[in-house]
Design a protein. Structure first.
Length: 473
């Protein structure tokens, strides 16, 4: 798969191949993370798009029914209809297998039924007081409402429900929906500045191709997805994407499965539901999977060698209890927040493996994973990554500042014979340092090493200078 960026972040115009392992090196503030942000934003936006749309429709319907109930509180069937939708959707959300098309149709059906009930409600002037008495317990307050107002409230409630029905059934192909999701995720990951801050007008472009076929084509103008060009968002080879740059997410409370699927903050109706990559990773880590014995056996066998390597560093298991996650090794039970930061990185990989979240459809994006690792553990972590690529077939995009980590990659990719699916890029400043491009250095890895060594040489010369001055004194 190839990604092409034009005027994204500080990247001028570059393409990168994502296959097996992709490594990006370069100085600080040289746009190394830009590719990862763009890839994550596009892929995560459309992963399980139908389920996200279902989640959105569900909460939108509930909110609109609550609004209608506030307008017309006299008819308890309104609340019964709301509970009916809620119960049906909850059952579907917690089912291991569901048909995405079923629930939206049911939501639509319930709204239609409720609208029909209200439209045919017998509210002739004479028995209208009796109706209030039947359906509204605070009859004293209700009797003060005149017949004309009562009818107006009923009609307003119907109008709310009709609008909700129209919105739920609009955009059946989810074209507008996907566009909004992609834009909101890009804006969050790039902190509202997708395009270069010093670019005065002009267009930006993100394209992703797989075997020459377009997966995404997003044109951006004034930090908005442009309506001038068709938005392409076809499926990618990846069904899961995890952006790992913050091991400290294991310090936070365990939210549990319900929050991932049913938290109102995940509603696409309000763009605030778009959550950052580290929060999305946390939701994944906090969501247990009900695996069958057969499925668990397959995962254990498939990941056996990799888990053995991880167990050399982190032999215990994880369990969640009372909102906390614990690392359990024999008689020791340690809150995961008290693990060393380097251990947390291994922990995240281990938990993702146990959840079945790493396979051939997974893209792992790692931003400077060596930052909290002692050189020995850097070697171990690199070896685990190479095994994930070789044995599982997942894909890894990572950035690094470490000459040691880079050398470990160089060594282990040769040991495990995956050099043909490893690509290396080095960032290079252009246009007086305002922009960068990615230069492929597959045939000249010495470019990377020279860059690392040059700064080591500078500080070594400085040290020798002061050692010499001290000797002379």
């Amino acid at each position: 798969m190839n990604i092409h960026l034009k005027n994204i972040g500080i990247v001028k115009d570059s393409s990168i191949e994502i296959k097996g392992l992709t490594v990006i090196t370069g100085q600080n503030n040289s746009g190394k993370t830009t590719v990862g942000k763009a890839l994550y934003s596009l892929i995560d936006s459309v992963v399980n798009l139908k389920q996200k749309a279902l989640n959105d429709r569900y909460y939108y319907a509930i909110e609109q029914m609550e609004k209608a109930c506030e307008v017309f509180p006299f008819y308890l069937a309104m609340r019964r209809g709301r509970r009916k939708i809620e119960n049906e959707c909850l059952n579907i959300f917690f089912s291991d297998a569901y048909e995405e098309a079923v629930v939206p149709n049911k939501i639509d059906m319930y709204l239609v039924d409720l609208i029909h009930e209200l439209e045919n409600l017998d509210i002739r002037e004479e028995p209208y007081v009796d109706i209030i008495g039947m359906y509204y317990t605070h009859s004293y307050t209700a009797r003060k409402i005149d017949y004309k107002s009562f009818c107006a409230y009923r009609d307003e409630a119907i109008s709310i429900l009709l609008t909700a029905k129209e919105n739920i059934t609009s955009d059946p192909e989810l074209i507008h929906y996907a566009k909004q999701s992609i834009h909101a995720t890009l804006m969050l990951e790039f902190y509202g500045q997708i395009q270069p801050v010093n670019m005065d007008g002009g267009n930006s472009l993100i394209e992703i191709y797989n075997h020459g076929e377009p997966c995404f084509k997003i044109n951006i103008e004034d930090n908005e997805i442009s309506d001038k060009e068709e938005v392409v968002y076809w499926n990618t080879p990846y069904r899961k994407v995890h952006f790992i740059d913050n091991p400290y997410i294991l310090n936070e409370p365990v939210y549990g499965r319900a929050n991932k699927y049913l938290d109102r903050n995940l509603s696409f109706v309000n763009e605030a539901r778009i959550i950052s990559h580290d929060n999305q990773l946390k939701y994944t880590l906090d969501s247990p999977r009900d695996m069958s014995i057969f499925e668990g056996g397959i995962i254990d066998e498939r990941y056996k060698v990799i888990k053995e390597k991880i167990d050399l560093i982190l032999p215990g298991e994880f369990e969640a209890k009372d909102g906390d996650r614990f690392y359990v090794d024999g008689s020791m039970k340690l809150n995961s927040g008290n693990l060393a930061t380097g251990s947390k990185l291994f922990s995240i990989i281990k938990i993702l493996l146990e959840l079945g979240e790493i396979d051939e459809t997974t893209l792992l994006i790692l931003d400077e994973p060596e930052s909290h690792l002692y050189p020995e553990w850097q070697n171990s972590f690199v070896e685990i990554l190479m095994l994930l690529i070789k044995e599982i077939g997942c894909h890894v995009l990572l950035t690094t500042h470490s000459s040691h980590f880079m050398l470990a990659i160089d060594a282990y990719m040769r040991k495990y014979e995956i050099t043909d699916i490893c690509n290396f890029y080095h960032t290079e400043h252009i246009d007086n340092g305002e922009y960068v491009t990615y230069q492929c250095v597959n045939d000249s890895l010495d470019t990377i090493y020279r860059n690392f060594v040059s700064f080591l040489s500078d500080v070594k010369l400085l040290r020798n200078e002061y050692l010499t001055e001290g000797a002379e004194e």
